[in-house]
Write a protein of this length. Structure first.
Ligand SMILES: N[C@@H](CCC(=O)N[C@@H](CS)C(=O)NCC(=O)O)C(=O)O
Length: 263
């Protein structure tokens, strides 16, 4: 190590920052690391589909564990394997047990699929890609399911706008007005992360589907992907099961501007 690098590394260690760009650009140039055995614990139609879809896109091997047609049975399997935080996906990665679909996607792409399904670190697309990877769970799913739970816990008398849900879905709609994919110019892991919550948004009738034409067109492109179709055949062999109830129909557009009291 030369003097300058030594100084940069030690300052970096102190600040926790400065050496990072050097390490990151080296890491992205590395060839794929050998992948340990990957087992995906799955619930049909739920977030664990993301990982099945990812592996299908990449052509990487994986085992898939679930009880066909039996969400409670699949959940019991997950609970038996990982009682502390039983959730789908739970992934056995070598001898490590992992949850959080976004983190697992980043891990697989960065270690085992360099250069695939994510923009280059120094590209203009990369910040957007990373934002959507995290937005999918951190803001989108969080706000959608919080609106859904509030509605179910205390159903209002009349349909009103779900302002939080509309705002987060509108943000995605606007981005797709300017870019073909959530990773910018090419399909990426960000699209894999965004499909589940955007399907939930319209599937549960949290937002009015006709207000979001860019998202509808993006879903058509997603559904045409062979890897997405392979995922459906393997991970949802009988179609969607155990659907949550949809919210009631939206009021006609003129009336939607005035939120109704919740009770
Ligand atoms: N942020 C997590 C969310 C995982 C999650 O909540 N999964 C749901 C299925 S879509 C689940 O396990 N629900 C069953 C439960 O929480 O008991 C991720 O993205 O992996």
């Amino acid at each position: 190590m030369n003097k300058l690098m030594g100084r940069r590394a030690s300052l970096g260690a102190l600040a926790g920052l400065a050496a990072a760009p050097l390490l990151a650009s080296k890491a992205s140039a590395k060839p794929a690391t050998r992948m340990p055995q990957v087992t995906i614990y799955h619930l049909e139609g739920r977030r664990s589909e993301r990982l099945v879809w990812l592996m299908e896109e990449l052509g990487l091997p994986y085992d898939l564990k679930f009880k066909r047609g039996d969400l409670a049975g699949s959940m019991a399997m997950i609970r038996e394997f990982s009682p502390v935080v039983p959730m789908a996906p739970t992934v056995k990665y070598g001898d490590q047990v992992l949850v959080e679909s976004g983190a697992i996607i980043e891990l697989i792409l960065n270690r085992h699929a360099p250069g695939k399904l994510q923009p280059a670190l120094d590209s203009r697309d990369y910040p957007d890609y990373l934002m959507w990877i995290h937005f999918a769970e951190g803001s989108l799913a969080a706000r959608l399911f919080s609106d859904y739970r509030a509605w179910m816990a205390q159903p209002p008398k009349q349909r009103s706008r779900l302002v939080d849900s509309e705002a987060v879905v509108q943000f995605a709609e606007d981005f797709l007005g300017k870019h073909p994919w959530f990773g910018g110019s090419a399909f990426s892991g960000a699209d894999i992360m965004m499909m589940f919550p955007l399907n939930a948004a319209t599937g549960l009738n949290l937002v009015e589907v006709s207000q979001f034409p860019n998202i509808a067109a993006w879903k058509v492109k997603i559904e045409a992907r062979p890897a997405y179709q392979r995922m459906l055949a393997k991970a949802r062999p009988d179609g969607m099961i155990g659907n949550l109830p949809r919210l009631p129909q939206h009021a006609p557009s003129g009336q939607r501007q005035t939120p109704e009291p919740r009770n």
